[in-house]
Design a protein around this ligand. Structure first.
Ligand SMILES: *Cc1c(COP(=O)(O)O)cnc(C)c1O
Length: 425
């Protein structure tokens, strides 16, 4: 009798299977070979018939060349930090794909000469914020702040209120960040109250800049006072305002969120924010402000180390010029529509429709509830849905798994319903 293990096909024979040849072009040789080697091992162990090795390898291929998995965000949290914050608009995705190859990011096709890098994105940014004289794009909001404090205050002092010495998330502390730039923090005021005279007493020849930070992720209530940018702008020092969330202009939906245009109009020299929070674009740090101040930042050697790639510039421009972002839509989702969608999902899955408050997330607008509806399922569904394909992330609350459709694109409702049904079977 021949040992069945000897019938296991050789690696190169299996790799010649047309399906695996095709997969190699899409996923890379290593991933395909690994799937084949694993299938052969199973055949040798007797778990698989030798002739089924190629089929098993095909079935076990990874879906894509990245291990990042798309997720249906059914948490109701719009800017979910762990889920990548802002989802990009179709226009931004297309722009990124277009920019992925060779592209005139820094080239003038009319003259054949070098051109200003990312000029289209910068023009779009200045078009969106006419109060800004100039703009700059770096890797993220933290990088924008590092660049501003380094260029304006390295070796000197950054004057900042004790009420604004914030930790953003994941242990990221603003004071530590600023200290790392070689600027010295000059803290003024107290946790709950800081006055203009506190700043005025601290500003002097050692001052590099005055910094105002929006304490995005918490609120101080009661006996409090803070100094607005308009007053800080009267001090004899450059004023940097970190508005955080990337709201370019006031939004009545988010009355407590500061915006870039208002800070500039109040007299800020430099305003920094993120691209992938309320703006709904790619991860980026935006710097907008007075021409001379932005030029100081642009000329600093650190600017080169913090610059963004062509796909980010493309996505940012498309976000600014294009249609309303998914973030914008999720924030404004009509509660009645959410209720109707939830009712259908509940009917298809045996869940129960319950009221559900969504949240802005991403450390923005703490305490602001976005009224809506969710489908409640037994808590055990949460883990099953996360393990499924597509991966669905719900919110576990009071021993129930809530699926809030606010951040689920409506065209994915049917897919979501099938994912839930698959857990129940
Ligand atoms: C989010 C935030 C940052 C950090 O921005 P990233 O884009 O996450 O680096 C800095 N300051 C404030 C006020 C923020 O809200």
């Amino acid at each position: 009798m021949t040992d069945p293990r000897r019938l296991v096909p050789r690696t190169d024979a299996v790799l010649a299977d047309p399906r695996l040849v095709q997969a190699r072009a899409r996923l890379g040789a290593a991933a395909v070979k690994q799937a084949v080697v694993d299938a052969q091992a199973r055949a040798r162990a007797g778990e698989l018939a030798p002739h089924a090795v190629a089929d098993a390898a095909v079935a076990a291929l990874p879906l894509r060349a990245t291990t990042l998995r798309p997720v249906l965000n059914a948490t109701g949290v719009v800017l979910h930090t762990n889920l990548g914050r802002a989802p990009l608009s179709a226009a931004a995705v297309e722009a990124m794909a277009t920019a992925a190859g060779f592209v005139d990011v820094e080239y003038d096709v009319a003259t054949g000469a070098r051109a200003r890098r990312g000029r289209g994105a910068l023009e779009a940014l200045l078009g969106a914020v006419p109060d800004a004289e100039d703009a700059l794009v770096v890797g993220n909001g933290a990088a924008a702040l590092v660049l501003a404090t380094t260029a304006l205050a390295a070796g000197r002092e950054v004057v900042v209120s004790r009420g604004e010495m914030v930790e953003i998330g994941d242990g990221f502390r603003l004071p530590d960040l600023i200290a790392s730039t070689g600027a010295r923090l000059r803290e003024v005021g107290t946790t709950n109250r800081t006055h203009l005279r506190d700043y005025a007493d601290a500003v002097g020849p050692q001052t590099g800049c005055v910094l105002k930070v929006h304490p995005s992720n918490f609120r101080v209530e009661g006996f409090t006072s803070a100094v607005e940018p308009a007053e800080l702008a009267t001090l004899d020092a450059p004023l940097v305002v970190d508005v955080g969330s990337g709201l370019l202009a006031p939004d009545p939906l988010l009355p407590d969120e500061p915006d870039v245009a208002t800070a500039l109009r109040a007299g800020a020299d430099v305003v920094t924010c993120s691209g992938d929070k309320l703006l709904g674009g790619p991860q980026a740090g935006l710097v907008l402000g007075r021409a001379d101040a932005v030029a100081r930042l642009r000329r600093h050697p650190l600017a080169r180390a913090l610059r963004v790639d062509k796909t980010t510039l493309a996505a940012l421009e498309a976000t600014l010029r294009g249609p309303g972002t998914p973030t914008w839509q999720a924030l404004r989702a009509d509660p009645e529509r959410l209720r109707a969608r939830a009712a259908l999902l509940a009917e298809l899955t045996g869940g129960v429709v319950v009221p559900s408050d969504g949240a802005v997330g991403g450390g923005g607008a703490p305490g602001l509830a976005l009224p809506g509806w969710a489908v409640a399922l037994p808590a055990a569904y949460a883990a099953l849905l996360r393990a499924g394909d597509p991966c669905v992330v719900g919110r576990v609350e009071r021993d129930r798994c809530l699926l809030d459709l606010r951040c689920v694109p409506e065209q994915d409702d049917a897919v979501l319903a099938r994912a839930v049904q698959a857990c129940g079977s």
